[in-house]
Design a binder for this molecule. Structure first.
Ligand SMILES: *Cc1c(COP(=O)(O)O)cnc(C)c1O
Length: 472
């Protein structure tokens, strides 16, 4: 299996997995994608899940995409990433039935209580393995509004070949998220609070990335959702959730995915292309409706940061959907030249392109299964309350966006909503909805009282570079 960039020129060599693992974004600005989607052997995977569990299914699926890590090593990395200790449950991703056709796939039992742990834990293992093999170290620099940063830090903890510098908007993450990140005292993990909004943090990261000499000297890399390894790791839980909700190999289900950067649902698209019997992929947004707008009108229009709302499902507050380019690539017949024009020229120029009226856009629901909807603060709060009253289950605000959209679209088959975080991360919205604090898993007892380490950055990019410099 080789990987190519969505914007690559025809003569660009295709790369093996481990090269794209460490590269992140392609040099031409595109995103790496596998050159094909290998078909799933569903009867075999059903047996593997029953006999050996989640990690073994992960190995089966990942080994069809990764052929430059010896099989026994890859199997061991999957076993280390997906343990009952780390995920608090031997099933790793349990699935439960709410009722009225609605199901939940519980993706948030990992160390930071958000679905990002599932991909990030594997990424941590892959990084450590490959850096060791190459005798290299890596400096991860990123910006987070909450979930990505903490998932990355917990995944890289205790891996001496990786250092993490994570920027976050000062005072903007939930109290729980701040406690989770800032209580990490490991010197390899450096938290940096930046006055301003998320985009101010993001801009500083971009400035450092733009300094090619500095970036190379400190071997700086990224762990954001455009990393192809994260995408592949996410395919696994679609398959496992389907296996757990069905008994028969041609039974269909639909998935509903609370979406921001299109990372999570892009893995659903890949699983469907690999032959998983997915009827519909329901994309749910909050008030930041860039993606709902595309799937309902055909116009993809990125927003200015001033047009991006701060909502009570903050991990879905995006101005553009960085992984959407991968779906657009497939939708447009994998035409790299066209992708270069749309994503390399039109979007940076006018901020939009429009596929309405094209045959490709019209074919989306039938060919790819996508439908979409949007949810608002009041939908979310009402949904949390109604789900709690009807089924006795408390869901987080992001999952509530999913349930709110999914409810109107249930058909005969199971509609599996991906639970993307635990309610404990966003307690103020839960209290608003049901009047009581969400349940707090034991492992998070008292984290607000732990000692903290965080640097407040007031001196802009020069200070940021100095911090990275002095830590090497
Ligand atoms: C990151 C995140 C999302 C959005 O996922 P994308 O891959 O960006 O679409 C939704 N919910 C939670 C809780 C998240 O952390």
């Amino acid at each position: 299996m080789r990987y190519l960039s969505t914007r690559g020129a025809a003569d660009t060599p295709r790369l093996p997995f481990c090269d794209v693992l460490l590269a992140g974004l392609a040099p031409d600005g595109g995103l790496y994608v596998p050159e094909s989607y290998p078909p799933l052997d569903l009867p075999r995977l059903r047996r593997v899940l029953a006999d050996e569990g989640y990690a073994a299914v992960a190995y089966e699926i990942l080994s069809s995409f990764i052929d430059d890590i010896p099989a026994e090593d890859l199997r061991r990395l999957c076993e280390k990433a997906y343990t009952a200790e780390v995920f608090g449950d031997a099933e790793i991703v349990p699935v439960s039935e709410l009722g009225d056709g609605l199901w939940l796939a519980h993706l948030s039992n990992g160390p930071t209580a958000a679905f990002k742990d599932l991909a990030m834990q594997l990424l941590g293992q892959l990084f450590e393995y490959e850096l060791e093999r190459r005798q290299q170290t890596l400096t991860i620099l990123g910006a987070t509004s909450g979930d990505t940063g903490s998932a990355a830090e917990y995944a890289m903890l205790g891996k001496p070949s990786v250092r993490v510098f994570m920027l976050s908007p000062q005072g903007r993450m939930s109290a729980f998220q701040q406690a989770q990140m800032f209580s990490i005292l490991d010197p390899q993990i450096v938290n940096i609070a930046v006055p301003g909004v998320f985009d101010d943090s993001q801009d500083l990261v971009k400035e450092v990335f733009a300094d090619a000499e500095f970036k190379a000297r400190h071997s700086i890399g990224a762990v954001n959702s455009i990393n192809v390894a994260r995408l592949l790791a996410q395919v696994v839980y679609y398959v496992v959730a389907w296996l757990r909700a069905t008994t028969d190999d041609d039974q269909r289900v639909s998935f509903c995915v609370p979406s921001g950067n299109f990372g999570n649902i892009c893995a659903g698209h890949i699983a469907r292309e690999m032959g998983l019997p997915i009827d519909r992929l329901v994309l749910a947004t909050n008030e930041n409706t860039v993606l709902h707008e595309f799937f309902s009108t055909g116009a993809y229009r990125v927003r200015a940061s001033s047009e991006t709302y701060e909502t009570s499902s903050p991990s879905m507050d995006i101005s553009k959907a960085s992984n959407f380019e991968r779906f657009a690539f497939d939708l447009l017949g994998r035409d790299q030249e066209l992708l270069r024009e749309l994503f390399g020229q039109r979007l940076p120029g006018s901020g939009e392109f429009d596929l309405s009226g094209t045959a490709e856009f019209a074919a989306i629901p039938e060919r790819y299964g996508f439908v979409s909807g949007a949810s608002s603060h009041s939908d979310r709060v009402r949904t949390i309350r109604e789900v709690s009253e009807a089924y006795g289950v408390v869901i987080d605000p992001h999952t509530a966006d999913g349930v709110a959209v999914a409810r109107g679209l249930v058909r005969d088959e199971p509609m599996i909503v991906l639970e993307t975080a635990l309610p404990v991360k966003f307690s103020s919205t839960i209290v608003e909805a049901i009047g009581v604090e969400p349940e707090r898993p034991d492992r998070f007892a008292g984290i607000e009282d732990l000692p903290r380490r965080v640097i407040v950055l007031s001196g802009g990019v020069e200070q940021l570079k100095a911090i990275i410099e002095s830590a090497s």
